[in-house]
Design a binder for this molecule. Structure first.
Ligand SMILES: NC(=O)c1ccc[n+]([C@@H]2O[C@H](COP(=O)([O-])OP(=O)(O)OC[C@H]3O[C@@H](n4cnc5c(N)ncnc54)[C@H](O)[C@@H]3O)[C@@H](O)[C@H]2O)c1
Length: 260
C-alpha cells in the first residue's frame, strides 16, 4: 500500500522543479508574482468565500456583496462587513502568510503579492507590500467624494463621515460583484514578465483574477498552484501542490530560497 503523499515533500519537490526552470535566468530577472485567495486565510480562522453550504458566513453572496444589495439593504450589508472587521481583529496571520513574506524579503528579484483577500493578514505576517485587488476591510470609501478612510470600528448608515460630517455616505471599500477591480496599473505591471507565478488558496472562480495564471504562462512564467483541492483553473499550472497552505508554502519557500 502506498503512503499518502506528504504535502511538505511535494512542495519542496515543486520548489526544486522551479529552481531548475529559473536556473538560466539572471537572478535579478527572476520576478515572482503571487496570487492569493480566501484559502490562505482559512487556517487563521476566516471563512472562505463559498462554504460547503454555498454561503459566505451564512449569507448568499448576492445579498451582501453586490452594489444592488447595498442599495436595497444597506444596514444588512454594513452589519455583515462590521462582523468581518471585528472578526479580523481576533485572528492572526498563519504560517502561509509568514512564508510568503519571507519569500518577498529574501528573493533577489521583485516579488509582487496580489491578493483577492480583503483581510490584512499578509501585512501583519510581514509582507513588505501587498496589492489588494478587491479592497480592504479596514478601509471605507465616501460614496460622494471618493475619499478612502482607514477604519477599525463599526460603520452604519447613521455614521457621519469624519471629513464631510454627512451621514449615509460611507460604504465598505470592497469590490463587489459587478464592480471594477482596484490597482489595475500595479497588476498590469506585475504581470508584464513574471518568471514564476504562484497561486495559493483561490478557487479560480472570480474574474479577472482567475485569468492571471493563463496570462503569466503565456508570458513565459513557470506556474504552480497550492490548494487543498482541484480548482477550476488547476489545468493552467505546470505543477499543483495539494495540501494546506500553512504547511505547503513554508516548505516550498524554504526549499526555493535554499535552492536558487
Ligand atoms: N479572507 C478574506 O479576505 C476573504 C474571505 C472570504 C471571501 N473573500 C473574497 O472571496 C473572493 C474570491 O474567492 P477565492 O477564490 O479567494 O476564495 P474561495 O472561497 O472561492 O476559494 C477558496 C479556495 O481555497 C482553498 N482552500 C481552503 N482552505 C485552504 C487551505 N488551508 N490551504 C490551501 N487552500 C485552501 C479551497 O479549496 C478553495 O479552492 C474574493 O473576492 C475575496 O475578496 C475574502
Amino acid at each position: 500500500m502506498n503512503a499518502a503523499p506528504d504535502p511538505g515533500a511535494a512542495a519542496a519537490a515543486a520548489a526544486g522543479w522551479c529552481a531548475a526552470r529559473l536556473a538560466g535566468i539572471p537572478a535579478a530577472e527572476r520576478t515572482i508574482v503571487i496570487l492569493t485567495g480566501a484559502g490562505i486565510s482559512a487556517e487563521s480562522g476566516l471563512a472562505t468565500f463559498r462554504g460547503p453550504d454555498g454561503l459566505w458566513e451564512g449569507h448568499r453572496v448576492e445579498d451582501v456583496a453586490t452594489p444592488e444589495a447595498f442599495a436595497r439593504q444597506p444596514e444588512l450589508v454594513h452589519r455583515f462587513y462590521n462582523e468581518r472587521r471585528r472578526r479580523l481583529q481576533r485572528v492572526q496571520p498563519n504560517a502561509g502568510h509568514v512564508a510568503l513574506a519571507r519569500l518577498a524579503r529574501g528573493w533577489p528579484a521583485p516579488v509582487h503579492l496580489i491578493t483577492q483577500n480583503v483581510d490584512d493578514l499578509h501585512e501583519r505576517g510581514g509582507a513588505p507590500s501587498v496589492i489588494h485587488m478587491h479592497g480592504q476591510l479596514t478601509q471605507l470609501r465616501n460614496r460622494v467624494t471618493g475619499e478612502i478612510l482607514e477604519w477599525s470600528g463599526d460603520c452604519w448608515e447613521s455614521t457621519p463621515c469624519p471629513r464631510s460630517g454627512a451621514t449615509g455616505q460611507l460604504r465598505p471599500h470592497i469590490v463587489w460583484f459587478g464592480e471594477a477591480i482596484l490597482e489595475t496599473e500595479a497588476i498590469d505591471a506585475a504581470l508584464e514578465r513574471p518568471a514564476l507565478f504562484l497561486c495559493a488558496g483561490t478557487a479560480g472562480a472570480v474574474w479577472p483574477a482567475a485569468g492571471f495564471a493563463g496570462l503569466a504562462r503565456e508570458r513565459g512564467a513557470a506556474a504552480i498552484e497550492f490548494n487543498l483541492e482541484p480548482t477550476q483553473i488547476s489545468d493552467r499550472f505546470h505543477r499543483v501542490v495539494r495540501g494546506a497552505a500553512g504547511e505547503t508554502l513554508p516548505a516550498f519557500v524554504d526549499a526555493l530560497l535554499d535552492g536558487v
